[in-house]
Design a protein around this ligand. Sequence first.
Ligand code: BG6
Length: 290
Amino acid sequence: MASLKTGEGGLSKVVLTTNAGGAGAATATLYRHGATLTGWSVGGEQLIFVSPRAVFQPPKAIRGGVPVCFPQFGNLGPLQAQHGFARNREWQLAAGSSSSSATLVLESDEETLALWPHAFRAELTTSLLPSGALQQVLRVTNTDSKPLEFTCALHTYFKVSDIANASVVGLKGLQYYDNAAGALATDAAEAVTFSGEVDRAYIAAPDTLKVADSGRGAVLMVHKRGFSDAVVWNPAQAKAEGMADLGEHWRGFVCLEVAQARSGPVVLQPGEAWEGSTTVQYDTIGEGAD
Ligand code: BG6
C-alpha cells in the first residue's frame, strides 16, 4: 500500500517500489503538489532530473520531474497561465493504491472553475511495472453538463549525463511547430541533438520514441498511447539563465513530453473520458538500443 510521507518543503509525497528482477529495485517518488513525479530509479540509477534549484513551495510548479500540463499545454488554450493549473495544485491520493502503483486525483473546485469554467476529474496513475519500467496514465473525465476541450502533456525531464550527449530518435520526417522560431518546420535529421535551444512541438508523433545518452550508455524507450504529439525541449544557456529555478543546471536534462498539443485539443462530451499513457523502459546501450 502506497503511503504518504513528508518530502521537500514539508510537502507530502508517495514512494513506490518494486523489485525489478535482474535489474534490482526500482523506485518512484510522486508529490501530491502538481502530481509531479520527482524520481524514478532502476537498480540505483536515477533517470529523472529535478533541478537542484527547484522550489518546493506551492503554488509554484516543481522545476523538473514530470509535471502535468492540464487543461492547457503551453499557450494552446484560453488560460493565461502557461501549461494550465494542474501542476500548481494539490492532488489527492486515491484509495486502492499499492506499493508499486498510485493514483492521484484532481477535481474541479471553486478556484479552478474561476480559471476555467468546466467541471472535470483528472486522474494520474503511476505504476512501476515488474521490469522496472515507469508507466503513467492520465485520464480526464468531463463531469460537466456541457462539452469541454483541453490540451495537455506529461512534461518529462529525463536526466542525462550532459545535454551534448543526448539525442531523441523517431521524429525524422515529421512536421513540428518550432516555438523558438515561431514557425512550422519539418525535421530532416535522423535524431534531434542539442547544440542550442530546442523547443519543438511535433505533430502526430509515432508511439515509440527513444532518448539516448551516449555519456552513460543508456537508452530510454518511450511508448505512448492516446497522446498524439511529442514535445522536445531544452532551453540552452541563455534562456536557462533567465529561469531562477534552473540556471546553470540546464545541461542535465532533456524534456521529451507526450502531449496533446498542436494536433488539436481533446473534446469531451458530458460524461465522456479520455486516456493518454506513456511507458518508459530503461536499458543500457547494446541491450535493446536499436
Ligand atoms: C515546454 C515548452 O513544454 O515547456 C517551452 O515547449 C517552455 O516553450 C517549457 O519553455 C518550460 O515551461 P515552463 O512554464 O515550465 O517554464
